[in-house]
Design a protein around this ligand. Structure first.
Ligand SMILES: Nc1ncnc2c1ncn2[C@@H]1O[C@H](COP(=O)(O)OP(=O)(O)OP(=O)(O)O)[C@@H](O)[C@H]1O
Ligand SMILES: Nc1ccn([C@H]2C[C@H](O)[C@@H](COP(=O)(O)O)O2)c(=O)n1
Length: 316
């Protein structure tokens, strides 16, 4: 990129940042800032006159100057490189007409459990069982993004491209979808599946919603088994092919595992060996939810609010 164009892009980013600080931008603009940052960052690296240690310096600088867009790792920035520059500025019907509103989740103290694991580790399969037996609302970040593509949203093309390339969609887009789904729901307890997939996902979710997860369920499955499951899934997903899978596994190791480590250091991770049968994995996690349900009923009784029966809390 020529110096003039880079300067113009930097100026545009700075201008959007100023407006974003005032919370007066439509949601797609936040995605635009993120991607313009990415473009700047990776184009600077592509010039090859920036030494690797200086590239890390770039990352650190952007972290300190503006945490929201730039917490992403340098490798994540490189992954957005193939995105056509004009795609990032696309404004869709859902974003241009809506006034910018502060992002808050309106449900009363929603309780959140994050369900993490690599592609094909069985997150969706187990979430369906947890919902069946323990009445959580299941929000799959991947499903919400696919629904956004199918809705004809202005962000659809960009999301589709990111998913086809095995990349992580800008956090502001995913967090807004999660937030909307939580607001729409009557539930106050959510299983959020496939999120946060990066440190940036986590930071934006925390900043925007103020929600701290109760715990994290992490399904541990070796790479070769995940590959076998994904390639045998047969649901017609555009990202269930060997090329995209390689990228998804790389992103999982480089961007998602650090999030698991982050929560592990806080003592919040329940790591589950998910290589056994679907039934066996569910029996392994069941006690966690029984315990959770018990805690739930105790809190309700103590608060003198409703409780589900006159007797003790139902145990499954
Ligand atoms: N314990 C298991 N043993 C064998 N196969 C399983 C097991 N759990 C799930 N599967 C199968 O593996 C495939 C992937 O499972 P699932 O869709 O639940 O994974 P996921 O973690 O949600 O994947 P993704 O992140 O790609 O959406 C499905 O075909 C599912 O039937
Ligand atoms: N937090 C997330 C969750 C998902 N995506 C994108 C990228 C994934 O490869 C794709 C499919 O998700 P899955 O159904 O496998 O959970 O959706 C993302 O960008 N950010």
């Amino acid at each position: 990129m020529g110096g003039g164009r880079r300067l113009a892009l930097s100026f545009a980013v700075r201008s959007l940042r100023r407006r974003s600080a005032l919370n007066i931008l439509p949601s797609s603009s936040y995605a635009a800032i993120h991607l313009m940052d990415s473009n700047l960052c990776c184009r600077q690296s592509a010039n090859c006159d920036v030494a690797p240690d200086q590239q890390i310096g770039l990352k650190e600088r952007s972290r300190t100057t503006w945490a929201f867009t730039s917490v992403m790792s340098f490798s994540e920035a490189a992954m957005t490189k193939s995105l056509p520059p004009n795609a990032v500025l696309e404004e869709g019907p859902t974003t241009t007409t809506r006034a910018a509103t502060p992002l808050t989740v309106s449900n009363n103290n929603p309780r959140v459990i994050f369900v993490l694991g690599g592609p094909g580790s069985g997150k969706g399969t187990q979430c369906a069982r947890i919902v069946r037996d323990y009445g959580f609302e299941h929000l799959s970040a991947g499903d919400l993004l696919r629904a956004e593509i199918n809705s004809g949203s202005g962000n659809g093309t960009m999301i589709q491209k990111m998913i086809e390339d095995g990349n992580i969609v800008p956090s502001e887009v995913t967090v807004r979808l999660l937030q909307k789904a939580m607001e729409k729901s009557k539930s106050d307890k959510f299983l959020i599946d496939g999120f946060p997939r990066s440190d940036e996902n986590r930071a934006v979710f925390e900043r925007v919603t103020g929600i701290v997860p109760e715990f994290i369920l992490f399904f541990d499955v070796p790479m070769d088994e995940m590959e076998r499951r994904i390639l045998g899934r047969n649901q017609g997903r555009v990202d269930d092919n060997i090329e995209t899978l390689k990228k998804r596994l790389k992103v999982f190791v480089e961007s998602s595992l650090p999030v698991v480590k982050y929560y592990d250091a806080m003592g919040k991770v329940h790591k589950v060996n998910a290589t056994t049968s679907v039934d066996d994995v569910f029996e392994t996690i069941r006690p966690l939810f029984k315990q959770y349900e018990q805690k739930d009923s105790t809190v309700e009784l103590v608060q003198g609010v409703t409780h589900k029966s006159d007797g003790p809390a139902t145990l499954h």
